[in-house]
Each structure stands twice: as C-alpha cells, then as structure tokens.
Design a protein around this ligand. Structure first.
Ligand SMILES: [Mn+2]
Length: 376
C-alpha cells in the first residue's frame, strides 16, 4: 500500500491531466476542452477531477495510457508534441467506450530532453518551476521524468501495461528501457517489435546519444539479445540491411520485403523466431512513418513506399495471436505538419490510421492482461 501511495504522489507531481502536456495558455484551448468534456463530462475543475480519477488505478484492469508530449528529441520537422492530445481525441471519437485507464500526460518543459545534458543551475531553476522547490531531487527533463515515472509504475504494478503516445521517437528510450528492466526483474523473456521507416540505430546524432534517430541503439543492451528486436517497414537509410543486421545484431524486414513476401509471411518469420527463442511477451513501438506517406503524412519525416495500414495490421494481428503484447507506444504523429503533397484530408488520414492501430494495440493489451491474470 505504501508503494501505491508513493506512486500516486509521484503521478500527481510528474503528470498533468490528459491533453494538457503541451504547456499553453490559449493554443488549442477548444480542443483540450473537447477532450476533457469527453473524459470528465465537464470542462471545469479538470485538475481536481483528474487527480481523483487516479485513485482508481489500483483496481482498474485496463491498459494504462500515458502521453509524452516531448518533441525535443526530434530534429527534422517538429510537432509530435501534439500527438497525445489529437490521437486521444481521435481514439475516443472512433470508440467512445475505449477500454483504457488514462493516467494523463508527463509535464514537459519543451526545451529540455534529458537531465544529463543540463548544468546544475538550470536543473535547480527548472525544479523550482515544476515542483516549487529548487532543492527537490526530482528530474526535470521529459525523458528523465518518463524514465523515473515508468520505473516506479512497474515497481508498483508489475503486471499492468502502459500504452504511450509520443512525442518524437526519443520518448521510447525511457518507455522501453523501463519495460525491459521490469520484465527482466520478473524473469520474463520479452522482445521488441519496432515499426519504422528508419532504423533509429545511430549511436549518436551531432553528439546527442538519446534522440529520435538513436533511441533503438540504446535500448538493445536491456534485451537478452539484440536479435530480439525486429524492425519492420525500413526504407529510408543510406546503408544496407546487412550493415544494420551485422553491426547491431537486430533483424530487419524492410518495406520492400513486406511487399515482396507479403505481410503474413513476414509476421510468421518473426513469430517462428520468437517461439524458438522462448519469448513470452512483446513490446510494440510504432513510429507512424512506417506507414506510407499517402496514409500518414502528418509526421516529421513522411516517407513514400511504406506499409499500407492493412499490412501493418496483419502483422500486428498475427503477432498478438501468438504472444501477449504487454507494452506499446505510437509516436511521431505531428498533426500540425500535414504538409506532404498538400493533402486536404490531413491530418485526419494520419490520425485515423493511428487510431485504428492504437485501438488494436489497446485491445490486444487488454486481452493479454486477461490471459496472463488467469494463467497466474
Ligand atoms: Mn523512429
């Protein structure tokens, strides 16, 4: 019980109401109010209603939603900080009875990425801004807060799952790291399925080791073996598949492989490998740019010749019918960046694709939770 009340205190300190993670006074006010109306049936006293709602966490058996409105780790076109607000709205519009426990959004200082890049006076100043106390010991950057929060979350509720919405892809660094460490502590063998147009396997980018192009490299050390990461949808890289597979030990299924072999065959190769390895649970990290830019252009680096939504869905369905999906994120949805090909229908198309993927993952996580609880 002590653990639970400590976590609750941390949640009230680190998080804010759903949709409020981008710090603004007037921007998107109507959109935020629309979301709050859907979630709380009112637009008044949201802070208090949200805090009260957190008391239900322990008894809820739904997957837990976390928004990480950070795009500081991006580097081409930003705007994924709005993903959590817009995708939540779309998810609830498409499915008003969505089976989710919404924990809220990480409180984000938009100029900060990770505390290790900051000096002491800046950290003290930001502690004062976030926590009203410059002598506080708490982290201040989006990725550092997310890591500490998710670590505490899994320590307290080892069998609960987090469905996170980014944010640029750097947010998957703390999310996946905490998940892998928690599962290792539980003696569970787990794997990561990573959908993306890019490999995200840089060691660093312009001297920064944790960013949208390098997060995957730095979670590999927390897997039993780097071979347990399968990357799907790759097509925008200057190097060959062999280069990435031999340098890092991961497995890749490029978008052209999916077109040539078919989504079912690719999924079955992954499933066969994971069964041979004795994998018990799966984390899915989904960069929306894995999907072809004709369906998903509201993102920082839209890429053509990508996966059709039904190909991604086929792969996810086959994987989830063989393994429980116990953690997931969808990242890089940048609703204000509907620039590609001047499409009139954007960002609605991107959001609608992301919403079907999100609904599927949430449902898969809820099913996984039920099957794991009954097998215990
Ligand atoms: Mn990515």
């Amino acid at each position: 019980m002590k653990k639970q009340s400590d976590l609750l205190t941390k949640m009230k300190t680190y998080l804010c109401p759903p949709g409020n993670g981008v710090f603004t006074v007037n921007t998107a006010k109507e959109r935020k109010e629309g979301l709050h109306q859907k979630l709380f049936k009112t637009t008044e006293n949201i802070e208090a209603l949200w805090m009260k709602s957190l008391d239900g966490l322990a008894t809820s058996d739904a997957p837990c939603l976390l928004g990480v409105c950070s795009d500081t780790g991006g580097g081409i076109l930003r705007g994924a900080n709005w993903g959590p607000l817009f995708l939540r709205e779309q998810l609830l519009a498409d499915n008003p009875n969505l089976n989710i426990f919404d924990m809220g959004d990480i409180r984000v200082i938009p100029h900060l990425l990770h505390d290790k890049y900051l000096n002491d006076p800046t950290i003290a100043n930001c502690r004062k801004a976030l926590y009203g106390d410059e002598k506080s010991e708490l982290p201040v950057s989006s990725l550092s807060i997310t890591e500490d929060f998710t670590k505490n979350f899994y320590d307290t509720f080892p069998t609960k799952g987090i469905f996170a919405i980014g944010g640029d892809h750097s947010v998957s660094y703390p999310l996946v790291k905490s998940y892998l460490k928690a599962k290792k502590a539980q003696g569970k063998k787990v794997a990561v399925v990573h959908f993306d147009a890019h490999t995200d396997l840089l060691v660093e980018r312009l001297g920064i080791d944790i960013c949208f192009g390098s997060w995957a490299t730095h979670v590999l050390e927390f897997l039993d073996s780097p071979a347990l990461m399968h990357q799907i949808g790759i097509r925008s890289t200057g190097k060959s598949k062999e280069h990435w597979e031999t340098t890092f030990g991961v497995h890749q299924h490029w978008a052209k492989d999916v077109k040539e072999k078919g989504a079912e065959k690719v999924a079955n190769e992954i499933i066969e490998h994971y069964k041979k390895e004795g994998v018990q649970e799966i984390y899915v990290s989904f960069d929306i740019d894995a999907i072809d830019s004709s369906y998903a252009s509201a993102t920082g680096t839209p890429e053509k010749d990508g996966l059709d939504p039904h190909e991604a869905m086929t792969i996810l369905k086959l994987i989830s019918s063989n393994f429980p999906i116990t953690g997931a994120d969808i990242v890089e949805i940048a609703p204000f960046l509907a620039t590609n090909e001047g499409k009139q229908s954007e960002p609605d198309t991107t959001l609608s694709v992301a919403s079907s993927l999100g609904q599927f993952l949430i449902e898969a996580m809820a099913n996984a939770n039920r099957s794991i609880s009954t097998n215990r």
